[in-house]
Design a protein around this ligand. Structure first.
Ligand SMILES: [Zn+2]
Length: 440
């Protein structure tokens, strides 16, 4: 039969009908449209489960149009937007509806939404689950924005209880505010405001303390726990040990912690400020060892841009904490994995199949009949340098500017239609849809 689209790979083809994968195998065809992907990696469309597009309310920081365009250029066909930085935050049904309204017709790729867990919104969790959030995000320390306060231990415990009953995971930003608060006061009292001071105020011990507390609550409540942006090998080991003991806990690593270190941070300045901060080169190598050993469960960009006036200056306690990385996440991951001799398809799964399975986005992250026909074609020996003029962000700056990468996204296909790369129509309507998890 003639398919809508056939993507021809080196050893097998993917056939597409009505936006879904119809068949995977050798010698399929013909297709009304055919894409030659020989010599390229043919991956399930990447899933970035951790972005902040700040829309509505702070769309001048990013917004769905530019943010999702950048994600498409980075090989991502589905992202999960975090509940904070938008105003209103996604902490109740009205906030959820406002965000869906802001995304519809304005996102180039499909999107899912995290709900928020904050003091006082336990009663909103059922409604958010009904709307289709993929889980609940909580901060164990101040989030950086006033309208999304930290979850105290009581809120976190009771929220996990409710999330467990709803069959949804809780994701935590794990840094212990008692540790970071004390050390921040110390470095500021010493008159230090530079990047090294920022890192000294947020050491690995702060992360370990918070991860330990979150795991204890997950153990008590039976809640599925996902620890985002773990920056230390010891943190990953805490998660792995708990999982071996039967706790439903997973962890995420970010490209910036995998690819940049504290010397890079000191050199780059404000654009490399993030929390937890960039670590030593030894810690960075140890993260890769854990990733190679299969202990890192997912990779997400934690794309968290700010307006230019908040991403300039030398006072690291004043500038916005967040790295713009949505467009480069998959290329950075695959380039670094390639340099270390890791199997690229396995590395890519950390930003595709793995987050889709964790968030139960059943149609995403797999090249199998019936799944959405989301494909990312990547050249793995196609060197390029990240340049500001190629970034599609609203504010085209990045901690990765100037970086030489070997993996390049050649084409991104969403439900059978090319949304980025050769064959894409930049004037085509932005047709990204809300994606919700299947029931547990
Ligand atoms: Zn984040």
């Amino acid at each position: 039969m003639t398919h809508d689209l056939v993507v021809r790979g080196d050893t097998w083809d993917v056939a597409v009908e009505d936006g879904r994968i119809a068949a995977v195998g050798p010698g399929l065809g013909p297709g009304r449209e055919e894409v030659d992907a020989r010599g390229l990696l043919v991956l399930p469309g990447a899933v970035d489960a951790h972005v902040h597009l700040d829309d509505p309310g702070r769309a001048d920081w990013e917004g769905f149009p530019t943010g999702a365009d950048a994600l498409a250029a980075g090989g991502v066909t589905c992202f999960a937007d975090m509940p904070l930085n938008a105003i209103p935050p996604t902490t109740d049904v009205a906030g959820f509806d406002a965000k869906v309204a802001a995304a519809e017709g304005r996102s180039r790729v499909d999107f899912a939404l995290w709900g928020g867990l904050v003091p006082g919104n336990l009663g909103d969790m059922d409604g958010l689950a009904e709307r289709g959030v993929v889980g609940f995000k909580a901060f164990m320390c101040p989030s950086g924005v006033d309208e999304f306060p930290a979850a105290d231990p009581d809120t976190l415990g009771r929220g996990m209880e409710r999330a467990a009953a709803l069959g949804l995971p809780v994701a935590v930003h794990a840094e212990d505010p008692a540790v970071t608060g004390r050390l921040t006061a110390e470095v500021l009292a010493a008159g230090r405001h530079d990047m090294r001071a920022w890192a000294d105020a947020r050491p690995v011990e702060a992360e370990l303390s918070a991860i330990g507390a979150a795991i204890a609550l997950a153990t008590e409540t039976g809640c599925a726990l996902h620890v985002v942006h773990v920056s230390s090998a010891e943190g990953i080991d805490l998660v792995a040990t708990a999982r071996a003991a039967g706790v439903d806990v997973t962890c995420e690593a970010c490209p910036h912690h995998l690819a940049l270190d504290d010397d890079d941070a000191a050199r780059i300045g404000a654009l490399a400020k993030c929390a937890p901060p960039l670590r030593s080169s030894a810690e960075r190598r140890a993260l890769w060892e854990r990733l190679a050993a299969g202990r890192v469960d997912t990779v997400g960009s934690d794309h968290s841009p700010g307006p230019p006036e908040l991403k300039r200056g030398d006072d690291m306690f004043a500038v916005w904490g967040g790295i713009s990385g949505a467009q480069t996440a998959l290329p950075v991951l695959l380039s670094e994995a390639g340099a270390q001799g890791l199997d690229p398809a396995r590395a890519a799964d950390l930003m595709g199949g793995a987050p889709a399975r964790r968030l139960r986005l059943a149609a995403k992250g797999r090249l199998e009949p019936g799944a959405d026909a989301d494909l990312t074609l990547v050249g793995t020996d196609d060197p390029w340098t990240v340049r500001e003029e190629d970034l599609l962000y609203r504010h085209p700056v990045s901690a990765f500017t100037g970086r030489r990468l070997t993996a390049r996204v050649v084409r991104t296909i969403l439900r059978g239609r090319t949304v980025w790369g050769e064959g894409a129509d930049p004037g085509a309507p932005r047709a990204g849809r809300l994606v919700t998890p299947v029931a547990a």
